[in-house]
Design a protein around this ligand. Sequence first.
Ligand SMILES: Cc1cc2nc3c(=O)[nH]c(=O)nc-3n(C[C@H](O)[C@H](O)[C@H](O)COP(=O)(O)O)c2cc1C
Length: 161
Amino acid sequence: MKAAIVYHTKTGHTERAAEDIAAGLRDAGVDAQLIHASDLDDGHLADAAIVVVGSPCHAGSCRLRGGLSGPVRALLKRLGKGSLAGKVGGAFAVNYAYGGHVTVGAIEKALRGAGARVPAPGVVVKAGVPLSLYEGPKASPDAREALRQLGQALAAAIEAG
Ligand SMILES: Cc1cc2nc3c(=O)[nH]c(=O)nc-3n(C[C@H](O)[C@H](O)[C@H](O)COP(=O)(O)O)c2cc1C
């Protein structure tokens, strides 16, 4: 079984979060692939039983454009109605402090709108600094564990059918 974890990152935190979700999926026997949002093609999604989308929180604290980074917003807009029917979806976001729940909510809404089942709540991880390309602090061990558990929960949801 395959999973596609699609993300955008500017300073690496969201990519590291994607790797932690992939670790949880792989522990459960899922073939998890990381795909940068700008490299995504329809084949990646067609092959995947699980589609996980992650974005750095960009202006989520002021609720602008769903708090999504540009490439993630563009890919969610491209998802046709029913294009993820029968698949399990999941969301994650990385923020400095505020608004990550807006980002996760926008991703979950788009996944459900495309027909995916979203069985586990999205995870928001704290890392980085506001409005800067300075990398800043990395996610905590607890946050990384929450990401791994999200991967495991999504794998379990597919098994349960
Ligand atoms: C344009 C921009 C807008 C941002 N808006 C927010 C925000 O609303 N709330 C917040 O807590 N962090 C905000 N941040 C900080 C990032 O979410 C944070 O640094 C994150 O770790 C970056 O992830 P990345 O390393 O995957 O790019 C913003 C960063 C940028 C560049």
